[in-house]
Design a protein around this ligand. Structure first.
Ligand code: AMP
Length: 422
């Protein structure tokens, strides 16, 4: 689902576009509409699933449709300073073209930081991201304008309980109005989280999302190349080892046909499979591949999805898969049934951003493979630069205009980083 389909306001969509998000992750698809509809939610999702945007974006959207006020509207409680900073950076990116104000409130700063936090809380920054201890010390002083709060988010709730923040959380909640929307996010759902949820949430919907990861025994490598180098690289890798069974995924029929033609010309035992082939021919090719008479099958990803063949020794993503789930699914074709396997992914110059998003969703970089020198120079991997930059025309004008609604003593937004750093 594209972000343009959620009914977000134009200013919000501009921020989303500027940080290069296009397609919602599964957690975002499920969570965003429910928050917009005012539901309380328990979300079981780990870092890497896109959970932060899943609650920040709809809260921003709702705030944008409300009357401006000098009260805090949303409070996000998180376990650590690092997480507070990270979420606040995300928020600054998303809200860059809006008039929504925000502040991160966490311990460890100097007197100036405290004064800034105090200022923002007493003037009612729209969204406050806080760690529990620091928030309580502000609340105890009595100046925080929090009693008209509408949205409460507990992020990484399991970690907060593990760190002994249960009482602090309940104390913060004692300052809040009873009528509010509550969201609880947690990587795990032990009984103590359920108890906390029972105390805080009202008839919540429950959403469980997990991003599966490829089994550890699969050797994964990514090759950053120019599109024109891909055929030569396939040939090089195939020659290095004598893989008995190789499945190559391409995103387009044309690529399948061209690659299969070149491999056959170079005397590899290769065939192609795509929607232009008659059903009979497809079955024949598949049966030869299954029985190992044919060692290399080049397929479009759509067709390859339905191919159930175990013990493939090498998977090559000739083109970058559509998303993280697709990547995991394809890579999982190798190393079935406890055997080891190898998965190579080729990232062409126009696919870097897409692959960057996959790596973020996986939560870690895929090791880089070495492209042989004889293939020539390769591009640098810089996924953030793959789309037009943030400093676009009229950028500053818009910012100035939207600032009209931002009179509070809250943090000012800095330019959104292309991809909020995780
Ligand atoms: P999170 O699970 O919120 O910690 O997000 C993990 C990473 O995925 C962060 O680097 C986000 O910027 C990135 N991310 C989240 N949602 C999307 C999306 N829809 N498209 C691309 N990247 C995303």
């Amino acid at each position: 689902m594209k972000f343009t389909e959620f009914g977000f306001s134009d200013q919000l969509l501009e921020g989303i576009e500027a940080i290069n998000y296009e397609t919602a992750t599964p957690v975002q698809e499920q969570v965003i509409p429910r928050i917009i509809n005012g539901k309380d939610l328990i979300v079981s999702a780990q870092t890497g699933t896109g959970k932060t945007a899943s609650y920040l974006l709809p809260i921003l959207q709702r705030i944008l449709t409300e009357e401006p006020s000098d009260h805090v509207k949303a409070l996000v409680i998180v376990p650590t300073r690092e997480l507070a900073i990270q979420i606040s950076q995300n928020l600054e990116g998303f809200s860059y073209f809006t008039s929504v104000s925000s502040i991160a409130v966490y311990g460890g700063g100097d007197g100036n930081t405290y004064a800034n936090e105090r200022q923002a809380l007493s003037h009612g920054a729209d969204i406050v991201i806080c760690t529990p201890g620091r928030m309580i010390s502000h609340l105890n002083m009595g100046y925080a304008k929090i009693k008209h709060l509408k949205y409460l988010v507990l992020d990484e709730a399991d970690r907060m309980l593990d760190m002994g923040f249960h009482e602090d959380i309940m104390k913060i909640i004692s300052f809040l109005p009873k009528q509010r929307q509550n969201l609880l996010l947690s990587a795990t759902m032990p009984p103590k989280i359920r108890e906390l949820a029972k105390k805080i949430l009202y008839e919540p919907d429950e959403i469980f999302i997990s991003i599966s990861k490829p089994p550890a025994r699969i050797v994964q490598q990514v090759f950053v190349v120019y599109q024109t180098q891909k055929i030569a690289l396939v040939q090089h890798l195939l020659k290095m080892h004598n893989f008995p069974s190789v499945l190559i995924f391409c995103s387009r029929k044309e690529n399948v046909k061209q690659l299969a033609r070149e491999l056959k010309r170079a005397k590899f035992s290769a065939e192609e499979i795509h929607s232009d082939l008659e059903q009979n021919d497809r079955e024949q090719v598949l049966s030869r591949f299954r029985s190992r008479q044919l060692s290399i099958l080049v397929a479009t990803d759509i067709l390859a999805r339905g191919i159930d063949i175990d013990n493939i020794s090498l998977v090559i993503n000739y083109d970058v898969p559509h998303d993280g789930e697709d990547y995991v699914h394809r890579v999982g074709r190798t190393a079935r049934a406890e055997t080891d396997g190898i998965a190579y992914t080729f990232v062409g110059e126009t696919e870097q951003r897409k692959f960057g998003a996959i790596e973020r969703l996986l939560g870690e970089p895929v090791p880089r493979g070495i492209v042989p020198e004889e293939l020539g120079a390769t591009p640098t991997f810089n996924p953030g630069a793959a789309k037009r930059s943030v400093g676009r025309k009229n950028n500053s004008d818009k910012k100035r205009r939207s600032k009209g609604r931002k009179p509070k003593g809250s943090s000012t937004n800095s330019a959104p980083s292309k991809q909020p750093q995780e």
